[in-house]
Design a protein around this ligand. Structure first.
Ligand SMILES: [Zn+2]
Length: 89
């Protein structure tokens, strides 16, 4: 059973969360009109095997978004942080 630790609520079952996408891709800058960059950001995804940084939302809890390190091969969950904590590093 996959257990995810929310930085605000503590450890919970994964069914309380919703996957939100790849957190390792840099978002295009605000105001950019480069449609190829936005297309790549929104629609193109890698399918990595191993350690991966992902967005998850705690939909049945505090509803906050978090950044989670998860191994896609073993489902081992690493550290979870609020996105602003990741951005400030
Ligand atoms: Zn929470």
């Amino acid at each position: 059973m996959l257990r995810i630790t929310c930085p605000l609520c503590g450890e919970r079952d994964y069914t309380e969360f919703r996957y939100g996408g790849d957190a390792s891709k840099p978002r295009p800058a605000h105001g950019t009109s480069d449609s190829a960059a936005w297309n790549s950001y929104v629609f193109l995804f890698d399918n990595p095997k191993g350690s991966h940084r992902e967005y998850w939302q705690h939909v049945l809890g505090c509803r906050r978004w978090l950044v989670l390190d998860r191994n896609t091969a073993t489902n081992a969950v690493g550290e979870s942080r609020l996105p602003r904590e990741v951005a400030s590093k």
